[in-house]
Write a protein that binds this ligand. Structure first.
Ligand SMILES: *[C@@H]1O[C@H](CO)[C@@H](O)[C@H](O)[C@H]1NC(C)=O
Ligand SMILES: *[C@@H]1O[C@H](CO)[C@@H](O)[C@H](O)[C@H]1NC(C)=O
Ligand SMILES: *[C@@H]1O[C@H](CO)[C@@H](O)[C@H](O)[C@H]1NC(C)=O
Ligand SMILES: *[C@@H]1O[C@H](CO)[C@@H](O)[C@H](O)[C@H]1NC(C)=O
Ligand SMILES: *[C@@H]1O[C@H](CO)[C@@H](O)[C@H](O)[C@H]1NC(C)=O
Ligand SMILES: *[C@@H]1O[C@H](CO)[C@@H](O)[C@H](O)[C@H]1NC(C)=O
Ligand SMILES: *[C@@H]1O[C@H](CO)[C@@H](O)[C@H](O)[C@H]1NC(C)=O
Ligand SMILES: *[C@@H]1O[C@H](CO)[C@@H](O)[C@H](O)[C@H]1NC(C)=O
Length: 474
C-alpha cells in the first residue's frame, strides 16, 4: 500500500522544459471579511453498477476495496469526499449495468397497492453507501434517472417519456404523480431502516436529454407540478430529506428550468420553496455563472467521457481529462458559478475511458491526476467552510480560498504558466500565518512540502512550479 502523503521536497522545476522562473512576484490577497457561499463538499457516483467494480466484480481484493473506499471517502487516508450520489434504479432487471427499481412490477393503476421490494444491495450502492458513511461521508444524494416505465407516457424507463399526470402527459392508466412521490419516499425509508439516511433526494436526471438508457423528460413547469406533490408528501410523512432539482445536462439547461420552478402557485408558494439545492451538470455547458436562485447550487455530474484513460497527466496539452483542467473547472465553478458542491461522474471503475477518477484493472488501483486535483480541495475544505475573497495579480495563476468552520484557511493556487512563479500571500492586507503546502503536478500526487514560515518582512513567500496546483493549508 502506498502511503498517501509522502513528505517530499518540492522540486521547483516541474519539467525540464518548464523551468524558467518568472521575474516578478505574484501578489495573492485573501480577504476573510468578504464571505461567499457555504461549502458542502466534493463527491462522485458509483451508479449503473459501478459500485460493484469497487466491491470486487473485476478482481479487486478485499484489501484494495478498503484502499479505494479510503481514497474516496476518508479524510485521514484520502480525499474525504462528502457526497455519494446514488442512482434510484428504475429497471425491472439487473442485466448489463441497469439499476434495479424497488417496484419492478406495475400494480396496474396508480391507486392500487404497490409491491415494493428491497434487497439490501441496491445494485451495490447500498453496501457502498454504508462504507462511505462509515468513513465519515455525511451526505448520501439519491437521484432517480427515471420513474419506472409503467408510470410514464412511453411505458419504458429508458428513452425519455414523461411522468403520467404532468402537463401534456396523459396516460390511459391515470395520474402517477402521487404514486411516484410515494415510491421515492419508500426508497428513502428502505435506506433509513437499513441504517443509512439519504440526506438529499432528486427525481430527475438530465430531463432535457432523451437517452436510450434510464431517462425522463421534463420542463420546469412539469417538474414544478411534481415537486408540489412530492414536497407535500414529504411534509405529511415528516421525513427529513433535502429535495433537489433537476440535474439537467448542462448549466444553461438547468438555468432554463428555473422560471418554471419559480412560478407561484395558488397556495402562494413556488415549487422552488420545497427545494433545498438546485442541481445541474457540466457536460452541455459548464458552470461559469450563478443560477438564478437563492438556494444552494451543486454541480452534480460532469466528467471526460471520451478519451482513453490518461491517469498520469496533470498537464500535457490542456486535454479534457487532465488534472489541471479539472482543478480549473472546480475553481471556476466555486468562484464564478457559486456552487457549494462539485461532483465528478464516477469515483472508481473498471473502464477504458476517463469517466472515473480512479481506474481498477484487476487488483490494480490507479488514481488519476484528476483524483488528486479533487483531493487538493476536498481534503482541506470541509463542509460548512465558506468561500472567501482571493485575488491574484497574474492571470496565469488562478486562486480560490476558503475558511473552514474552525477558522483554518485553505488557499488553492493553480499555476497554468509555463514558468515557475514566486508568490507573496497577504491575508486581510497583512502577513499570512504559516501554511503547509501540498502539491499535485506531473511529478507529485498531493505531496506535502515543508511548512512555509513568515519571512523577515512578515510575508509568506513561496514558489509555485509551472503547471502545478498547490494548496496552502493552515
Ligand atoms: C420490464 O420493463 C420493460 C421496459 O420498461 C418492459 O418493456 C417490460 O415489459 C418489463 N417487464 C416486466 C416483466 O414487467
Ligand atoms: C412545459 O411544457 C408544458 C406542456 O407541454 C407547457 O404547457 C408549458 O408551457 C411548458 N413550460 C415551460 C416553462 O416551457
Ligand atoms: C405535448 O405532447 C406531445 C406528445 O408527446 C408533443 O408532441 C407536443 O409537442 C407537446 N406539446 C407541448 C406544448 O409541449
Ligand atoms: C450564492 O448562493 C447562495 C446560496 O448558497 C445564495 O444565497 C446567494 O444569493 C448566491 N449568490 C449569487 C451571486 O448568486
Ligand atoms: C501530449 O500531447 C501531445 C499532443 O499535444 C500528444 O501527441 C501526446 O500523446 C500527449 N502525451 C500524453 C502522455 O498524453
Ligand atoms: C477490468 O479488469 C479486468 C481484470 O479483471 C482487466 O482484464 C480489464 O482490462 C479491465 N478492464 C478495463 C476496461 O480496465
Ligand atoms: C492493491 O493495489 C496496489 C496498487 O495498484 C497493487 O500494487 C497491489 O498489488 C494490490 N493488491 C494488494 C493486495 O495490495
Ligand atoms: C492553460 O494554458 C494553456 C496554454 O499553455 C491554455 O491552452 C489553456 O487554455 C490554459 N488552461 C486554463 C484552464 O486556463
Amino acid at each position: 500500500m502506498l502511503p498517501l502523503l509522502s513528505l517530499a521536497l518540492c522540486s521547483t522545476a516541474s519539467a525540464a522544459v518548464l523551468n524558467t522562473r518568472s521575474a516578478s512576484t505574484v501578489a495573492i490577497d485573501v480577504d476573510t471579511s468578504t464571505r461567499y457561499q457555504v461549502v458542502d463538499g466534493w463527491g462522485c457516483s458509483q451508479a449503473f453498477q459501478r459500485a460493484e467494480d469497487v466491491l470486487g466484480k473485476y478482481g479487486l481484493s478485499a484489501t484494495n476495496q478498503s484502499y479505494v473506499l479510503d481514497l474516496l471517502f476518508s479524510v485521514e487516508k484520502g480525499a474525504g469526499f462528502t457526497i455519494l450520489r446514488n442512482g434510484i434504479g428504475s429497471s425491472n432487471t439487473s442485466t448489463s449495468n441497469l439499476m434495479n427499481t424497488i417496484e419492478p412490477v406495475s400494480p396496474g393503476s396508480p391507486d392500487s397497492t404497490p409491491n415494493y421490494v428491497w434487497d439490501n444491495y441496491n445494485s451495490g450502492q447500498f453496501p457502498l453507501a454504508q462504507a462511505a458513511k462509515a468513513r465519515g461521508a455525511p451526505y448520501i444524494y439519491a437521484d432517480a434517472w427515471s420513474a419506472p416505465g409503467f408510470m410514464k407516457t412511453n411505458g419504458d424507463d429508458a428513452n425519455g417519456g414523461h411522468l403520467c399526470g404532468v402537463s401534456n402527459a396523459t396516460c390511459s392508466t391515470g395520474d402517477w404523480k402521487q404514486a411516484y412521490a410515494d415510491y421515492l419516499v419508500q426508497y428513502w425509508k428502505f435506506y433509513q431502516d437499513a441504517g443509512v439516511p439519504v440526506t438529499h433526494m432528486g427525481f430527475l436526471n438530465e430531463p432535457s436529454f432523451e437517452a436510450n438508457y434510464a431517462s425522463m423528460l421534463s420542463n420546469g413547469t412539469q417538474a414544478a407540478e411534481f415537486i408540489r406533490v412530492l414536497g407535500a408528501t414529504i411534509e405529511r410523512e415528516g421525513i427529513d430529506v433535502q429535495l433537489t432539482c433537476c440535474d439537467d445536462y448542462g448549466w444553461t439547461d438547468q438555468e432554463a428550468l428555473m422560471a418554471g420552478l419559480q412560478e407561484v402557485g395558488p397556495d402562494g408558494k413556488s415549487a422552488e420553496d420545497y427545494l433545498s439545492v438546485i442541481t445541474g451538470h457540466g457536460y452541455a455547458s459548464a458552470p461559469t455563472f450563478p443560477l438564478s436562485t437563492t438556494k444552494r447550487s451543486w454541480q452534480t455530474e460532469w466528467g471526460d467521457l471520451a478519451g482513453g484513460f490518461t491517469p498520469y497527466t496533470f498537464w500535457n496539452n490542456s486535454g479534457p481529462g487532465e488534472g489541471l483542467t479539472w482543478a480549473s473547472h472546480i475553481q471556476v465553478a466555486f468562484a464564478q458559478a457559486n456552487v457549494s458542491a462539485f461532483l465528478y461522474w464516477i469515483g472508481a471503475e473498471n473502464s477504458t475511458t476517463n469517466s472515473g477518477l480512479i481506474n481498477l484493472i484487476g487488483d490494480e488501483v490507479i488514481p488519476s491526476k484528476r483524483f488528486w486535483s479533487f483531493a487538493q480541495f476536498s481534503k482541506f475544505v470541509r463542509p460548512g467552510a465558506r468561500r472567501i475573497a482571493a485575488t491574484s495579480s497574474d492571470g496565469d495563476l488562478t486562486v480560490t480560498a476558503f475558511e473552514n468552520e474552525n477558522g483554518a484557511i485553505a488557499l488553492q493556487v493553480l499555476n497554468n504558466a509555463t514558468t515557475d512563479q514566486d508568490i507573496k500571500v497577504k491575508i486581510n492586507g497583512g502577513p499570512a500565518k504559516s501554511f503547509v503546502p501540498y502539491i499535485t503536478n506531473n511529478q507529485h500526487d498531493l505531496d506535502a512540502m515543508p511548512s512555509l514560515l513568515q519571512n523577515g518582512n512578515g510575508h509568506i513567500q513561496a514558489t509555485v512550479p509551472a503547471k502545478s496546483l498547490v494548496s496552502f493549508v493552515q
